[in-house]
Each structure stands twice: as C-alpha cells, then as structure tokens.
Design a protein around this ligand. Sequence first.
Ligand code: DX5
Ligand code: ZN
Length: 213
Amino acid sequence: MLVAPSILSADFGHLATDVIAICEGGCDFVHVDVMDGHFVPNLTIGPVVVEAVAKAATKPLDIHLMVENNNFFVELFAPLKPEFISFHIEEEKHPHRLIQKIRSYGIRPAITLNPHTPPEAIEFLLEDLEMVLLMSVNPGFGGQKFISSVLERAKRLKQLIEKRNPACLIEVDGGVNDGNIKMLEEAGVDVVVAGSFVYAHPEGVNAAISALK
Ligand code: DX5
Ligand code: ZN
C-alpha cells in the first residue's frame, strides 16, 4: 500500500518539520489539500506555502484541488512540479481538456470523485488518467468518519480500470486508519491518504505510516 499523509493535519506553525517527518517516516507522497472556500466550506493554502512544502519534502507532492476554478489553480501550481494534480469531476465541464493540460506540464493527471459520484462517471476518461481519487468523506475537513460505501465504489472502479487502463492507480482519501486499511486493500486500492491518523498517532508518524503499510 502506498501512503500519502495529508499535511492538513500537520502543525502549520512547524510545517517544514512535519513535512520532513513524514518523508523520513517512509511515506510515498505528500498529500496537499488545496481548498478555495467556494467548492468546499474551508480555505487552506496557496502556492507560496506549497512552495515551502515542496522545498522541505523529499517525496513527490500529490496536490488535491478542492476548488471552483480548476484551470486557474492548475496553472498556479504547475510550476511547483508535483507528481499528481487531481481535480473534482463535479466541478469541471471539460475534464478531458484539463487532463491534457495537466499532462502538458509533465504532471500526472488524476480525477477526484465525491462520495456520491459513481465510478462510471469517468469511465471514458480512464485511459487518459494516472490515478482516480475516491473521497471517503465529504471534502473540506480532516478528522471525519469513513464512509464505507467507498469500498463498493473502489471495487467497481477496479473493474473499469482493468478493462480501460490497468496502470491507473486508485487512491482513497478520508477517515483512513489501521482498522479499514485491510478492506481498502482487498477492494483494490493502491494509495491511501491519511491525515489525522498519521499526525495524531500516539506513537508518532513513523509508527502510523508503518501500521498502514
Ligand atoms: C479532506 C481532505 C483529506 C483530509 C484527510 O477534504 O481531502 O485529505 O485531510 O484527513 P483524515 O485522514 O483525517 O480524514
Ligand atoms: Zn485530500
């Protein structure tokens, strides 16, 4: 299982230290939640802060856009050369065009689906995608309860992926912990995002990342 801790649960007063900790603790990607206060009822960080995160990180960034104007934010974050940029399908009229744009920057394109969105919604985009992110909470905040219907969505997505583009990864984000990771793995999930489980773990981030792996 690949693990992408979400820095939304880090201590923003010591952000570089907390980014270094997860990288040294064996994470695979650094998950960065970008919220605009419009698509979701929360506001997080822009390119100035993410640039500092990129400087501290020794692992690639996985940028999760939760914004209304995807095109604008893709242009804003592309110069930071993240590994992935994902955008929400619910907020994009021209997803195929935006996928091509992300790829033109040398960044791996991904699409995120809210808890109500069936995987079939993106079936005909799969061959152009590197990853699909399934939300297992409503986007906007860390520390929420896991919505277990994501397991069925992951299984259905896995079948579509096997047919259309077996190299495409499945990522799940929200409420992930050591109690549901096994079910996620059995459902075909490749990458998990975990915020509060990693940063609030009583034995520290290394123990949390090892427990998930
Ligand atoms: C929610 C974010 C998540 C969140 C996960 O909108 O996309 O990445 O930080 O936090 P936990 O793991 O605490 O649910
Ligand atoms: Zn996220």
